[in-house]
Design a protein around this ligand. Structure first.
Ligand SMILES: O=P(O)(O)OC[C@H]1O[C@](O)(COP(=O)(O)O)[C@@H](O)[C@@H]1O
Ligand SMILES: [Mg+2]
Ligand SMILES: [Mg+2]
Length: 322
């Protein structure tokens, strides 16, 4: 099996980006170890603090964030970072060529039940003449990402990553400590009979989504004429990994549960990186009004509607909005 660096060179990834990716992955190996030892290391449960999202931070959210932030800011490759757990962007090296947005621990509500969690990252080139302190560094569309990926801390620790030449799967080999390529150019099947949504929000969805999901649930007794299965891991990394592995549609639609906050998932460090991975695997990644990666970011923590996965099924869902 091919090691990471030769696999990236095969995709003509520039050396400085390879160095940054290796730096990011060094942090994920440490997080993978801390996650596996969390019970023993007193890292289960919550802190008393809330992040800017108004969520009580888990101890592992904080540990993973500090690990990631420190290793990136000390690397010299990074002009600035933005993180789910940081109120604002944080300046790094003015000579750094890249900016990195990340979700240090995705699926935090799964930590205490020992279920799937992960780390999500998105890399853009830094805007040349802009100051490291300037949050404008992050006002770049998702279609400008040079790399995106996630690491899934599951039975095995898996890396799923793209640099624009397809989406590839890697596994952390615990014998020699490196990520090995296990599958190149994964493809999301165009059709599927599996959907993922938090059904408990149903009464708060907009009518098109209500109708779409009702028709999936009606199965072969309804207009779709076939049965659909449902899955919800409550960790985007886990649900998207299933979609990349066997197809499916994943959606976190707009809802009126909190009218001042109609969307749940964050553009910069959840929706954009997952969109790059899904599109590079032949799927679609949309809101009900357009392509996620064409959205002009206005805030590092802005939230968006998410409908992504098997292309024909995403199209079918969007047809309810027309
Ligand atoms: O709690 P819900 O409504 O099921 O939402 C689950 C969603 O929230 C998230 O956990 C949010 O991410 P964080 O855990 O990083 O805050 C997603 O991973 C997941 O898709
Ligand atoms: Mg998350
Ligand atoms: Mg998180």
């Amino acid at each position: 099996m091919q090691r990471l660096a030769p696999a990236l060179r095969q995709d003509n990834v520039p050396l400085d980006l390879i160095s940054l990716i290796k730096t990011i992955l060094a942090a994920t190996k440490e997080i993978s170890f801390r996650v596996s030892q969390a019970h023993l290391g007193g890292l289960m449960g919550s802190t008393l603090d809330e992040n800017i999202q108004g969520e009580v931070q888990k101890k592992l959210d904080v540990v993973a964030n500090e690990l990631f932030k420190d290793i990136l800011l000390e690397s010299g490759f990074v002009r600035a970072i933005s993180s789910e757990e940081e109120d604002t962007s944080v300046a790094g090296d003015q000579n750094g060529k890249f900016v990195v947005s990340f979700d240090p621990l995705d699926g935090s509500s799964n930590i205490d039940i020992n279920s799937l969690i992960g780390t999500i990252f998105s890399i853009h080139e830094a805007i040349p003449d802009m100051d490291a302190e300037d949050p404008g560094q992050f006002q770049q569309q998702g279609n400008k990402q040079v790399c995106a990926g996630y690491v899934l801390y599951g039975p095995s620790t898996m890396l799923v990553m793209t640099t624009g030449s397809g989406t590839h799967f890697y596994v952390l080999d615990r014998t020699h400590g490196g990520y090995l390529l296990v599958e190149r150019n994964v493809q999301v099947p165009k059709d599927t009979q599996e959907f993922a949504i938090n059904m408990s929000n149903q009464r708060f969805w907009q009518e098109p989504m209500q109708n779409y999901i009702n028709d999936l649930v009606a199965g072969d007794t309804g207009p779709r004429g076939k049965n659909f299965n449902m899955r919800w891991i409550a960790a985007m990394v886990g649900d998207i990994h299933r979609v990349l592995t066997r197809g499916g549609i994943f959606t976190y639609p707009a809802d009126s549960k909190k009218p001042e906050q109609p969307y749940k998932l964050r553009l910069m460090y959840e929706a954009n990186p997952m969109s790059f991975l899904i599109e590079q695997a032949g799927g679609l990644a949309m809101t009900s009004t357009g392509r996620i990666m064409d959205i002009d970011p206005t805030d590092i923590h802005q939230r968006v509607e998410v409908i992504m996965g098997s292309s024909n099924e995403v199209e079918a869902c969007l047809s309810y909005y027309k």
